[in-house]
Design a protein around this ligand. Structure first.
Ligand SMILES: Cc1cc2nc3c(=O)[nH]c(=O)nc-3n(C[C@H](O)[C@H](O)[C@H](O)COP(=O)(O)OP(=O)(O)OC[C@H]3O[C@@H](n4cnc5c(N)ncnc54)[C@H](O)[C@@H]3O)c2cc1C
Length: 304
């Protein structure tokens, strides 16, 4: 297959290339997804616009607000000391992606732009209420991640538009757990993200790998109520999640296995967030309360 490769040095140059032949132009960031699609003939662009020379790589904190440039390689994020300290769940989810070599090329914007139902980053970013800054020549808008992902590999990105950055309003006590057959270079059969709002105390649960797109599960979230959930509430929320999610069977796992995984991982992830002292600012003696209600085996951080 032949195509012309454009390597703009500025966003304005990129917008020009994108405007020339929008229907037959593909966007290249790290290329870990796009190059496979090209090789397999799944996409046949006349032009590929590489974003590699654009500057969107910053990791910036403004008070509690974290902004990450869309072209930041995942390996840079994973190695960032501030991110590891202030939002360890995100560093952990990033570490779950592929292999170290892959993470040196793969970008955050590429992961979201791909909108894979099996993404390890989308479920966690959903419970962290991430927003995307989208830019196009002379135009800028912000979308919540749940508005941006509209289906399996489908996004709300308009023709000629690029993801500039991703913003997380504030770090929350949160956890990401996943299950896969091989530890590296494999795709998760199920990913479960849980977070708890510090001011509202509301619980958030999102699933990846099970449905056509990653989703929040409001009916299971409600069962956890505000504050520290009792073991019974955790059990009911896990059961609800396992029943409600629209599960699929595919080459990675059966529907029944995914259902079981969701049940186990939701319980463990809620227990892990509840057990972290930071998660319980308004609860007296949080560490003692949490220890009482969390079974020892629920503290492990993977499904293995
Ligand atoms: C062997 C292997 C293992 C993998 N394992 C995992 C895994 O465990 N977990 C996981 O979540 N993913 C995994 N992936 C998928 C992939 O690595 C990630 O989705 C990665 O983050 C994609 O980033 P990229 O920069 O390489 O995207 P690219 O391939 O460059 O881009 C993908 C698409 O995203 C869009 N895009 C990219 N950047 C932008 C932007 N700034 N603005 C607008 N649109 C944009 C474009 O449509 C582009 O075609 C794996 C892939 C492989 C090949």
């Amino acid at each position: 297959m032949s195509f012309s490769l454009a390597t703009p040095a500025t966003p304005d140059e990129a917008f020009e290339f994108l405007a020339q032949d929008p229907e037959a132009t593909a966007i290249l960031a790290g290329g870990t997804d796009l190059l496979l699609d090209l090789e397999e003939g799944l996409v046949r662009p006349r032009t590929v616009v590489s974003l590699r020379r654009l500057p969107w790589r910053e990791i910036r904190w403004n008070g509690p607000r974290l902004t990450i440039g869309s072209l930041a390689p995942l390996a840079d994020l994973e190695a960032d000391a501030g991110l590891r300290r202030r939002l360890p769940s995100l560093a952990k989810a990033i570490h779950a992606v592929g292999s170290l070599a892959l993470r040196h090329r793969a970008t955050l914007g590429g992961n979201l732009g791909r909108a894979s139902p099996a993404s390890d980053l989308i479920p966690l970013l959903l419970v962290l209420d991430a927003r995307l800054s989208l830019v196009r020549r002379g135009d800028r808008r912000e979308l919540r991640l749940d508005e941006f992902i509209v289906g399996s590999r489908r996004t709300a990105l308009a023709a000629g538009e690029l993801i500039e950055s991703v913003t997380i309003p504030a770090p929350l006590p949160s956890e990401y757990l996943w299950q896969r057959v091989r530890l590296a270079n494999d795709i998760s059969q199920v990913g479960v993200a849980v977070a708890r709002g510090t001011t509202t105390s509301a619980w958030r649960i999102a699933l990846g790998g099970v449905t056509p797109r990653s989703v929040r599960l409001p009916s299971a979230e409600k069962l956890l109520g505000p504050g520290l959930p009792a073991p019974l509430a955790m059990e009911l929320a896990a059961q609800e999640a396992a029943q409600r999610a629209p599960f699929t069977t595919d080459k990675r796992a059966t529907e029944a296995y995914r259902r079981r995984l969701v049940y186990v991982l939701v319980k463990r992830a809620v227990a892990a967030v509840a057990a972290s002292a930071d998660a319980l600012p308004e609860t007296p003696s949080p560490s003692r309360t949490a220890k009482k209600s969390v079974p020892a085996k629920a503290r492990s951080t993977s499904a293995r």
